[in-house]
Design a protein around this ligand. Structure first.
Ligand SMILES: *[C@@H]1O[C@H](CO)[C@@H](O)[C@H](O)[C@H]1NC(C)=O
Ligand SMILES: *[C@@H]1O[C@H](CO)[C@@H](O)[C@H](O)[C@H]1NC(C)=O
Ligand SMILES: *[C@@H]1O[C@H](CO)[C@@H](O)[C@H](O)[C@H]1NC(C)=O
Ligand SMILES: *[C@@H]1O[C@H](CO)[C@@H](O)[C@H](O)[C@H]1NC(C)=O
Length: 335
């Protein structure tokens, strides 16, 4: 009996000690791949990498561990390095959160091996000079969130994001992506999709009418066509940004929900009237309809007192408070 106990103990605990050592080796390899930066000077042989209290300074990198001492989360930020992506990270096979923030000296490709890390649930790689294609994640049952904002990634958005059943946060804003937006990128409840400031073109696939968005930001692209299906009386989205595109639809047919807090439709080709529900949407505080082709009398009453003339500026022929009154009886201007 006690021998079995002893053996079990030996098995369990030597293997966890071994794997602890394994991750130490991997971390030291990562440090080396990054060129031994000063910012990671606390990563030394035998360091207690699971003890986060040794490095709680803000803007500092950190590591957290599983019960067995394997790296669970790794955040590398403000490293002040000039280096490629340290692909030894792919040897941290228990890692769930992989975060590289504000490391502008990191360049080259994001190695595809990160997509094969089996336990990932969050990947955040932002504000680097990493370039090349967006990695294709596939069939990962845990991945909830991916943020690749403000890198130098180019090419098209892989449609394989649609195979991630739990993905509800996808951000790839501020890169050089082109091509169209693939269908079904996110589908879980309360999804966020942020693809702003790229060179995406074409129409937004109609399947996004069915997505229960919390936030969608497609601003600063070359998107065309109808996106009015993102709006609706029953929708839960609190913020919708379509600004600086070529969207073209009739706003008169749109119904705003009481959940929406802000939307930016400025700098598009949106036409028609501002609908009555604009004035009655209870939660609406930050709309922007400027620089479109809207026309007609603004709805009155309700929330209209919240909005300045700037919200409606530079349209075809909007009128009524807070804009100058409509002068239907005025004679046509003489030339
Ligand atoms: C973490 O480090 C601190 C200070 O070095 C030490 O007091 C504490 O006991 C360590 N905690 C663990 C869990 O090792
Ligand atoms: C995207 O841009 C690349 C150059 O960066 C170009 O070769 C490719 O044809 C473009 N694709 C689309 C769909 O516009
Ligand atoms: C796009 O760029 C503008 C201007 O710099 C910025 O205000 C906006 O937040 C950016 N959008 C996203 C989604 O990053
Ligand atoms: C609306 O958008 C325009 C153009 O982007 C901007 O200049 C203006 O400040 C915005 N107005 C409001 C009220 O948000």
């Amino acid at each position: 009996m006690s021998i079995i106990f002893f053996l079990t103990f030996l098995l369990c605990c030597t293997s966890s000690v071994l794997s602890t050592k394994d991750d130490e080796k991997v971390l030291l390899k990562i440090k080396k791949q990054l060129g031994d930066p000063e910012s990671l000077s606390w990563w030394v042989k035998g360091f207690d990498y699971c003890n986060a209290s040794a490095n709680t300074a803000p803007d500092f990198s950190y590591i957290t561990c599983t019960d067995t001492g394997r790296v669970r989360s790794i955040l590398l930020q403000n490293l002040d390095v000039t280096a490629p992506f340290p692909d030894a990270i792919c040897e941290l096979t228990e890692v769930q959160d992989l975060l590289l923030n504000h490391d502008p000296g990191l360049s080259g490709l994001i190695p595809p091996c990160i997509t094969e890390l089996p336990n990932l649930w969050e990947v955040i790689i932002t504000d680097t000079s990493l370039s090349g294609p967006v990695p294709s994640f596939r069939d990962n049952p845990y991945l909830l969130g991916i943020n690749l904002a403000r890198n130098h990634l180019s090419g098209t958005i892989p449609s394989s994001f649609s195979n991630l059943p739990k993905l509800n946060y996808l951000e790839i804003s501020g890169n050089y992506l082109n091509g169209t937006i693939p269908p079904h990128l996110v589908h879980a409840s309360s999804s966020t999709l942020i693809l702003g400031n790229n060179s995406l073109s074409g129409e937004l696939p109609k399947c996004y009418a069915e997505v229960d968005f919390w936030l969608i930001d497609l601003g600063g692209n070359q998107l065309t066509g109808d996106a009015s299906f993102l709006f609706g009386k029953q929708k839960k989205a609190v913020n919708i940004v379509l600004a600086n595109n070529e969207f073209e639809f009739d706003l008169g047919n749109v119904e705003f929900s009481d959940n929406i807090y802000g939307f930016d439709l400025s700098h598009n080709k949106i036409y028609g009237k501002v609908p009555e529900s604009f004035a009655t949407a209870a939660g609406l505080y930050f709309p922007n309809l400027s620089f479109n082709k809207l026309c007609g009398e603004l709805p009155q009453g309700g929330n209209m007192g919240r909005f300045s003339a700037a919200v409606f500026a530079n349209n075809a022929c909007l009128c009524g408070s807070p804009l100058p009154p409509c002068s239907t009886s005025a004679p046509a201007p003489a030339f």
